[in-house]
Design a protein around this ligand. Structure first.
Ligand code: URA
Length: 272
């Protein structure tokens, strides 16, 4: 239990956050040193829950000396994950057999995400379609085949990237997720991103861009540049399903993917 001069709500929120981070196997990553006067007041009673793990690693960008400083992990701060596979499983466990939003009513399988938990590149789509709902895996239908081709064109294998969606249950008739559905489900996506910590995120279509950026903007204005989301670079491009309907835009999408490749320092195809 923490003994701090904080109001009970703040203390509880802080405690919840710390417990969550530690259960994920997080170790630190803290941006600012804690005031020594405040630290002096902080006491941690020895009997911790058995699931808590003591911080043992540090953010690679921080010096060893810095990493010895006791700090608190606060929401939105970058943290080092010891075991991203286990951390993702914890998030999946928390989702459980979700009934948090109306989408669960028509769902067959929750589509959590797929790929390398330590991927440098992560794609975010809108929501599962019929094939994904049947198999419990993202982008396994026709749009998925095109996404696989896009990934291959980047010189990568599908297993090397991570793929997830804004909503984890299929919207009826593949409609765009409602605000409440996206708002309910997106926090789990954000936590997946925080665990995977990809160097580059690619938003596939307007729905992914809207929830990742937190505001609805025309896709045209978002493409062609690098955004920053949760400490990760974000590239916005067309959804593969849209590219299947209008293949002329594939050239544009390829230009977007080349921005991602440049950020990832992947070899770009030679021109001509
Ligand atoms: N479209 C999406 O947005 N996500 C999928 O997983 C499949 C199709």
């Amino acid at each position: 239990m923490l003994a701090l001069d904080l109001d009970s709500a703040t203390r509880e929120a802080l405690m919840t956050r710390i417990l969550f981070c530690r259960e994920l196997g997080l170790t630190e990553l803290y941006s600012r040193p804690v005031d020594p006067a405040l630290l002096a007041k902080l006491t941690v009673e020895p009997e911790q829950s058995p699931s808590l793990r003591a911080p043992s690693t540090c953010h690679p960008e921080r010096s060893a000396a810095e990493s010895k400083d006791p700090r608190l992990v606060l929401p939105g701060e970058r943290v080092e994950i010891q075991d991203p596979t286990a951390a993702l499983q914890l998030i999946r466990d928390e989702i459980g057999e979700c009934t948090r939003c109306p989408l669960h009513q028509g769902r067959h399988k929750i589509v959590f995400g797929d790929g390398d938990p330590a991927a440098r590149l992560m794609f975010v789509g809108e929501g599962p379609g019929a094939d994904e709902d049947a198999q419990g895996l993202p982008f396994v239908g026709k749009a998925g085949q095109l996404l696989n081709n896009m990934i291959s064109a980047m010189g990568l294998k599908r297993e090397e990237v991570y793929i997830a969606n804004v909503v984890k249950c299929r919207p009826p008739g593949n409609r765009v997720p409602e605000q409440i559905e996206g708002d309910t489900c997106a926090p789990f996506l954000f936590r997946q991103i925080d665990v995977i910590r990809p160097q580059v995120l690619v938003a596939l279509g307007a729905t992914a861009a809207t929830w990742l950026l937190g505001s609805r903007q025309p896709l045209a204005g978002l493409r062609g540049r690098v955004h920053s989301v949760r400490g990760t670079q974000l590239i916005v491009t067309y959804h593969p399903a849209y590219l299947l309907r209008d293949p002329r835009q594939k050239k544009e999408a390829w230009a977007d993917l080349q921005i991602a490749m440049k950020e990832l320092k992947l070899k770009l195809p030679s021109k001509g």
